[in-house]
Structure formats: structure tokens, C-alpha cells
Design a protein around this ligand. Structure first.
Ligand code: NAD
Length: 305
């Protein structure tokens, strides 16, 4: 059935892929974005755009009018900016989310699916990280994402707004800003390899991450909308595979058809050594397809570049 969906942050990396998928499926899409890190040319053709701040209550009232659900992806998605601009990132990443929930409540209980992050786990070493392990964020960004989960619970339990939070791990794919702290490394490596330039790796390159292709994230977002409830569930969105930076460089070199020249730089202070999610709960409860294998996803990035 065709419906109208609100996507906050729909001109950004993940949001624009979600809009493409919704429109390809015959759905209608309204985007709310201030174009701060998102780009107007990412806006899916056929989507309407409300330009402005996601914390603006009047704009949110207009944005929620007649929608079947809200995908909330707008955020300052940068741990580093959270260090420099603590109060402003808090305003956008948490206070504005409460404004979104309040608008959803006022519109009669519009379901809200929202982006949380693996950053809520901090340096918890109980790998793979299941949703049940202790959250111990180490950044303002992670603390605000955890705050989103807590306020989503309030929205659900106190105000009857169905919600579902998704803890994204390292999302990658076409349109990703190389400056992204998550998987920007993939765009940076691919760019260097295609220019036949050396790639730089911090430390020994054995640090690992759980990379998940944006198409798998879009599938999770869409499935999540059908599962949003007043139990306010929260799920990981991850592949369940640990990839070291050295493995990543090798797989990406294959995708580029280039032999890599690697330079090692001193390790970065404070970097989490290993991050790996447990995808079993989300795969079972949201009935997600198997995530796209890394070599296939990396070929997609290289083709886009
Ligand atoms: P992105 O920066 O590409 O997209 C964010 C979008 O939000 C942009 O279009 C930006 O213009 C918009 N935005 C920012 N502040 C706004 C404001 N005040 N008002 C209106 N719009 C605003 O980032 P992304 O990688 O697509 O991330 C999407 C969501 O997923 C974010 O909530 C992010 O925290 C979360 N997340 C991403 C990753 C990842 O690996 N990319 C991992 C974990 C969580």
C-alpha cells in the first residue's frame, strides 16, 4: 500500500539511499533536512524537501502532517564535532530528537524509527556486542545516542508513540563522505588506490571493525518500521564479521585491481581496538536478509567513485 513517509536527514548518506528505496517501491517521501552535511543533489527524484532545522517545532508539525511513519536520521554524525561543539551537537542529536518524538505524539502517535549507534557500547570488550551488554559511551555523540534510546522509551511508555532504535555499526557505500569517522576510511583508501597513491594505516592495521553496506541498513530501516512498538525495542545493525584494516586494504585493492603500497603511521590515541556486533537478534526479529558480502559492497563503492 502506498503511504507518505517522513525521512529526517534524507539528503545525507544513509537517508538518501532510504528515500531511493522507498520511492522505487512506489511510496511517497517527504524529507526534512538543513543541508548542513547532506546535499541537495542527493535528494531522491520524486521526494519533497522541507529545508530547515530538525529541532524546529513548527517545521516538525508541518513535516508530520499525514505521514504513516518517521525515519529519523538527521544528526551531527561526528564524534569529533561532539568534542569541539558539545552543546550544539547535543541540541541536534538529543534535544531535537525529543522534538521529533513530541511532534510524533502530537500527530497522533506516528511511529518513529531512529538511528542509534554502536558508539553506545564505548569500549565494552564483550565481543561480539549483543544488545544486552552494558552500554558505556565514551563520547558526547555516544551519550546522546544512548539518550535517544532512553527518550524513545519515554515516548513509547508514557506517550504511546511506537518506536524502534537501530544501532548502526560502520556503514559504508556510495555517497559516503570520505571525512566520515565510520567508514570514510573506505572512500579514502579507494580514492588513493585508484590514483595509484600509497595508503596510510594507523598502527599495525590489526584493529578491526564491523562494516555493513548501506543497502543492508536500508533493509533494516524498512523492516524496523513494521516492528516499531511501545516496547521501544533497540537492535544492532551489523554484519557480525570483524574486518581488520589490513584485510580491508587487501580486499579493496582487489576490487580496484591495484597492488597496494602501505605506509604505517603511529597508532591513534584513544581509538577502540576492536568493534564487532552480534546481528542475531535483529536478523531474527526483523527477518533481515543476509548482509551484502564485503567484496561485493566494496566493488559497489569503487564503481561509484
Ligand atoms: P550524514 O551526515 O550523511 O546525514 C545526516 C543528515 O542530517 C544530513 O543530510 C544533514 O544535512 C542532516 N542534518 C544534520 N543536522 C541537521 C539539523 N539540525 N536539521 C536538519 N537536518 C540535519 O550522516 P549518515 O552517515 O547518513 O548518518 C545518518 C544517521 O545514522 C545519523 O543519525 C548518524 O548518527 C547515524 N549513524 C551513522 C553511522 C554510519 O556509519 N554512517 C553509524 C552509526 C550511526
Amino acid at each position: 500500500m502506498t503511504a507518505l513517509w517522513l525521512v529526517t536527514g534524507g539528503c545525507g548518506f544513509i537517508g538518501s539511499h532510504l528515500c531511493d528505496a522507498l520511492l522505487a517501491d512506489g511510496q511517497r517521501v517527504r524529507v526534512l533536512d538543513d543541508l548542513s552535511t547532506g546535499r541537495r543533489d542527493n535528494l531522491a527524484s520524486g521526494a519533497s524537501l522541507l529545508t530547515g532545522d530538525v529541532g524546529d517545532p513548527e517545521l516538525l508539525e508541518e513535516a508530520m502532517e499525514g505521514v504513516a511513519g518517521c525515519f529519523h536520521l538527521a544528526a551531527i554524525a561526528s564524534v569529533e564535532r561532539g568534542v569541539r561543539e558539545w552543546r550544539e551537537t547535543h541540541r541536534v542529536n538529543l534535544s531535537s530528537f525529543i522534538a521529533v518524538l513530541d511532534a510524533a505524539r502530537a500527530a497522533g502517535g506516528v511511529p518513529v524509527v531512529y538511528a542509534s549507534s554502536a558508539a553506545v557500547y564505548g569500549s565494552n570488550a564483550n565481543l561480539p556486542l549483543a544488545e544486552s551488554v552494558a552500554t558505556q559511551p565514551l563520547s558526547a555523540y555516544g551519550a546522546d545516542k544512548l539518550g535517544c534510546e532512553l527518550h524513545a522509551r519515554v515516548a513509547s511508555v508514557v506517550h504511546g508513540v511506537p518506536t524502534l532504535g537501530l544501532r548502526f555499526f560502520n556503514v559504508y557505500g556510495a555517497r559516503q563522505d570520505p571525512a566520515s569517522p565510520y567508514s570514510g576510511v573506505i572512500s579514502i583508501f579507494a580514492d588513493r588506490l585508484l590514483r595509484r597513491e600509497p595508503i596510510s594505516i594507523f598502527g599495525d592495521g590489526l584493529q578491526s571493525r564491523d562494516f555493513i553496506h548501506v543497502s543492508s541498513v536500508v533493509a533494516a530501516l524498512r523492516a524496523a518500521m513494521g516492528a516499531a512498538s511501545i516496547a521501544a525495542p533497540v537492535f544492532n545493525v551489523c554484519s557480525g564479521h570483524a574486518t581488520t584494516v589490513l584485510d580491508l586494504a587487501a580486499t579493496l585493492s582487489d576490487a580496484c585491481g591495484v597492488k597496494p603500497e602501505i605506509r604505517h603511521l603511529p597508532p591513534r590515541a584513544g581509538e577502540v581496538r576492536h568493534s564487532l556486533g552480534d546481528p542475531r537478534a535483529s536478523q531474527k526479529e526483523l527477518r533481515l536478509p543476509s548482509p551484502l558480502p564485503l567484496p561485493t559492497g566494496l566493488r559497489d563503492v569503487v564503481e561509484w567513485m
